[in-house]
Design a protein around this ligand. Structure first.
Ligand code: MN
Length: 380
């Protein structure tokens, strides 16, 4: 029996930091700075015009519920203030974390390769200095252009040199670029594998549709819309993995590790079974042939993080999928901020300590070895 009064420490494969809004504008040469996202608010404060890379669109400023959403998502003191980050994490019982960017959600709205390349370069320099250098518990994800694959390779190699250990990728590449199952991406997969970096897809990062006012994930309207839109965000991560397996990318690059953050875990055995069936039953149509079966590739190279899912532990205990990883999604409102200990105890109090250790600690340190040791569990 676990002692419910003890603090459970856990690593998080899914956390976020909010960069200063003017990071790009302040750090790019003037001719590029004028092309990064810029908002002009109407005097009545209800609408804004967003200018980005030579295009403009109008959108409603958050009021009422959407304003509450935004504020609730960033309410943690350490969301945008690095000096408050570790005290926050200590209180929650989160030890090391993989930290995703926030400004990068604009990436798919850029059209000029040079602007995107230079903006992400600024972000990468900034995040490593501001976040990673504060503590070895904080591991930032590098960002690369998915608009220009040569730019992506060059920036990835520069980031690897700097000390980055993971690269964030949107689940769908830039709308003007080829999809992830196409051979055009081969030089990039080669570079990530060679740099020994983790390829970290974060769900909910399909390209932003400017025609809907630049809001992410608003696919459905009407009854049930909020739950439909939320649930929908998870499927992009599954598709990204399917593309990398079916195209042979992960088979060719057996040392390449893929993490899908925030998307749950039980989908992995499910998708592996479906791909296995398709590969076998449609063998006459299958190209390319793989050296290993889809399931073998997925179970050895794909990792998945979840925060609340009650079924996620069973992906490991009941389905034999060992790369299950917990993640806090700090500081977002889908995450566990404010109730992390309650969540961890609820998930793990009745679970074999070895399983708990793997999901809260071991899976993470397998991808990111060298994280300092956790404090021994202490009384809350
Ligand atoms: Mn997240």
């Amino acid at each position: 029996m676990s002692d419910t009064s003890k603090k459970i420490w856990a690593n998080s494969g899914d956390s976020h930091f909010l960069e200063p809004e003017d990071l790009w504008r302040k750090n790019l040469p003037a001719r590029l700075a004028e092309l990064v996202p810029r908002s002009e608010k109407d005097p009545d404060g209800l609408w804004e015009t967003v200018h980005i890379d030579g295009m403009s669109f109008r959108r409603k400023l958050p009021t009422g519920k959407s304003k509450e959403f935004f504020e609730a998502s960033n309410r943690a003191p350490g969301a945008a203030d690095i000096s408050k980050r570790l005290p926050d994490l200590d209180q929650e019982g989160i030890w090391a974390e993989l930290v995703f960017p926030s400004l990068g959600m604009w990436s798919s709205s850029f059209r000029t390769p040079e602007v995107l390349r230079e903006a992400l370069r600024v972000s990468n320099d900034w995040a490593y200095e501001t976040i990673d250098k504060v503590s070895p518990r904080l591991i930032s994800t590098a960002q690369v252009s998915t608009l220009d694959i040569n730019d992506a390779v060059t920036e990835l190699e520069r980031c690897a040199e700097m000390g980055y250990r993971a690269v964030f990728m949107p689940v769908t590449p830039h709308p003007l670029q080829k999809d992830y199952n196409q051979d055009d991406w081969e030089p990039f997969w080669t570079a990530v594998e060679r740099a020994n970096m983790v390829l970290a897809f974060h769900i909910g990062t399909d390209p932003v549709d400017l025609s809907t006012g630049g809001s992410m994930g608003a696919v459905y309207r009407g009854p049930g819309g909020a739950v439909l839109n939320y649930t929908e965000t998870t499927f992009g991560g599954q598709r990204a993995v399917m593309k990398m397996v079916a195209s042979g990318a992960l088979d060719r690059h057996a040392d390449l590790k893929v993490l899908v953050s925030e998307g749950g875990a039980t989908w992995v055995p499910f998708v592996a079974d479906r791909m296995e069936e398709g590969y076998r039953q449609h063998a006459m149509a299958v190209r390319p042939k793989l050296k290993r079966s889809p399931k073998e590739i997925i179970y050895s190279q794909v990792y998945a993080s979840f925060q609340h899912d009650e079924s996620a532990v069973a992906a490991m205990t009941g389905m034999g999928y060992n790369n299950v990883m917990w993640g806090s999604d700090y500081p977002h409102m889908e995450g566990t901020y404010g109730h992390t200990q309650e969540t961890l105890h609820g998930l793990f109090d009745d679970v074999d300590p070895k399983v708990r250790e793997r999901i809260t600690v071991g899976t993470f340190t397998e991808l990111f070895p060298g994280v300092p040791a956790m404090p021994a569990s202490a009384s809350v």
